[in-house]
Design a protein around this ligand. Structure first.
Ligand code: ZN
Length: 202
C-alpha cells in the first residue's frame, strides 16, 4: 500500500515485544540495509498478482531474508505495506509500516483475520497500481493471528490505518488487488491507463 509519511530512518536495532496484544515491531536494521536487495514490484494488471499465495511451512533463514528485502523494497518505494506476491513470491508474507517515523516494521507470516467489526472507508493506493488512489470500504477493527519472523504465533487487535493496510495486504495473498472493489468501469479505465504507461516505459 502507499501512503504519506516522512523519510526518517531508525538507526538502532531495536525490538518491541512490548505490551500484551500489541504487534511485535522491528526497527529498520540500517546497517544491513546496504546488503539487502530491492525487489522488482509487479504492476497491475499483471496476471501474477491474481495468483493466490501458499502458507509458509517453516519460518527459516530464507523467509527472514525475504522479509528484510521486502521491507527495504517497501521503504524505498516508498510504501506503507507490501505483500510477497507483489514481488512475485507466492508465499503468505506481508510487511507493513504505517508509522510517521518509518521505524515500526511489522512483518506477518501466514496472517489471518480471526475477528472483524465495524466499517471504515479509506483512500487507498498500491505499489502495484502506481498513481491510482480510490476509497475502499473495509472492516474498522480486526483481530489478527500470524507468525512473527521468529516463527512464533501471536495475536493482536488493531484499527484505523493499520487495520486498513493489513486487510489490503492480506487481499494480495488471496490474489486480490484493491481495484477489484471499484466499479468495472473505473477498473477498466485504470487497466488501460496502466497498460499504456507500461508500453510507453518499454
Ligand atoms: Zn497493494
Amino acid at each position: 500500500m502507499t501512503g504519506g509519511g516522512g523519510a526518517a530512518v531508525a538507526l538502532t536495532i531495536e525490538k518491541h515485544p512490548a505490551r500484551h496484544n500489541m504487534p511485535i515491531y522491528y526497527a529498520r536494521d540500517r546497517a544491513r540495509a546496504s546488503v539487502m536487495t530491492i525487489l522488482g514490484i509487479l504492476t497491475y494488471p499483471d496476471p501474477r498478482l491474481e495468483q493466490p499465495s501458499a502458507p509458509v511451512k517453516d519460518v527459516d533463514a530464507k523467509v527472514v531474508r525475504l522479509i528484510e528485502d521486502m521491507a527495504e523494497t517497501m521503504y524505498q518505494a516508498p510504501g506503507i505495506g507490501l505483500a510477497a506476491p507483489q514481488v512475485n513470491v507466492h508465499k503468505r508474507i506481508i510487511v507493513v509500516d504505517v508509522s510517521e517515523e518509518r521505524n515500526h516494521l511489522l512483518a506477518l507470516v501466514n496472517p489471518e483475520i480471526i475477528e472483524r467489526d465495524g466499517e471504515q472507508e479509506f483512500e487507498e493506493g498500491c505499489l502495484s497500481v502506481p498513481g491510482v488512489y480510490a476509497p475502499v470500504s473495509r472492516s474498522a477493527r480486526i483481530r489478527v493471528h500470524a507468525l512473527n519472523r521468529e516463527g512464533k504465533a501471536f495475536e493482536f487487535d488493531t484499527d484505523g490505518l493499520l487495520a486498513v493496510c493489513i486487510q489490503h495486504e492480506i487481499d494480495h495473498l488471496d490474489g486480490k488487488v484493491f481495484v477489484e472493489y471499484l466499479s468495472r468501469l473505473k477498473r477498466e479505465r485504470i487497466r488501460k491507463k496502466l497498460l499504456k504507461q507500461q508500453r510507453q516505459a518499454m
